[in-house]
Ligand binder design. Structure first.
Ligand code: SF4
Length: 240
């Protein structure tokens, strides 16, 4: 039997970048195997951490564990109801700081994604996905974007960013090497990548808002950081 997917709503984030935003998290079962940073649990019990921010340890790791165990996690329906009706939540919301769009693994749950997109349509949204761009997922993402839900397509490096941007499914984000300090870099095909303004200018998302804009005309880049940045660097340089 599949493990239940739990969600969590943080009314007002204390995170430095997402400060003041309401943050919606989803459980690990939503994470796609297509994500190269996803932790691998081998059958012999070995755990292979590949750089996932939520699995790097510390408070976010404990927070995610509590969601997954159902200790603090709530159902999809309860999460959507809060997004739609709880007026104490911020107008701009950060979706899936950990976890991914609704649906198990690589597949998006179309019905749930559209319910969420419609529930969030009164405000600005910042969501990211590593789910693969199959025809089914592409349709779901485009329909959610059409309903006003900004889904950023996470890519693994500049080459991958070019590949995904060429499909014109939605706004693109990418990972940059940890030593990248340039505010602007370019993909091999000449697309502009602007590095996250929290890293370059110290802005918070509430004052920046780039990632909530579907038609922004550039890719947003995030330099690898945190305790596993060297692991992420290896993957960023390896994955095409
Ligand atoms: S680019 Fe702006 S909106 Fe996006 S994560 Fe960085 S600070 Fe937040």
């Amino acid at each position: 039997m599949k493990k239940e997917i739990f969600y969590h709503v943080t009314r007002c984030s204390q995170n430095r970048k997402a400060q003041g935003l309401s943050v919606i998290s989803s459980g690990r079962p939503t994470c796609p195997n297509a994500c190269p940073f996803k932790t691998v649990y081998h059958s012999n019990g070995r755990i292979e951490r590949k750089g996932c921010y939520g699995d790097c340890g510390g408070p976010i790791f404990m927070h995610w564990n509590r969601i997954d165990s159902g200790q603090t996690g709530i159902s999809f329906d309860a999460m959507v109801e809060r997004v739609e009706k709880d007026r104490s939540l911020s107008r701009m919301k950060r979706f899936f700081d950990v976890g991914d769009l609704p649906g198990y693994g690589n597949r998006i749950n179309y019905r749930q994604l559209m319910r969420l997109a419609n529930a969030a349509s009164q405000g600005d949204s910042i969501a990211f996905t590593h789910k693969p761009l199959t025809p089914y997922n592409t349709r779901a993402i485009q329909d959610a974007i059409g309903a006003g839900f900004c889904v950023n397509l996470s890519t693994n490096n500049l080459i991958h960013a070019d590949e995904v941007a060429r499909l014109a499914t939605g706004p693109v984000a990418t990972v940059l090497p940890s030593d990248c300090t340039d505010p602007i870099v370019w993909t091999p095909s000449g697309r502009e990548v602007r590095q996250c303004r929290h890293a370059t200018e110290g802005l918070i998302c509430a004052d920046c808002g780039w990632c909530s804009k579907v038609k922004r005309g550039f890719i947003v880049g995030f330099a690898a950081h945190g305790s596993m940045k060297k692991t992420v660097d290896t993957i960023v340089r390896k994955v095409g």
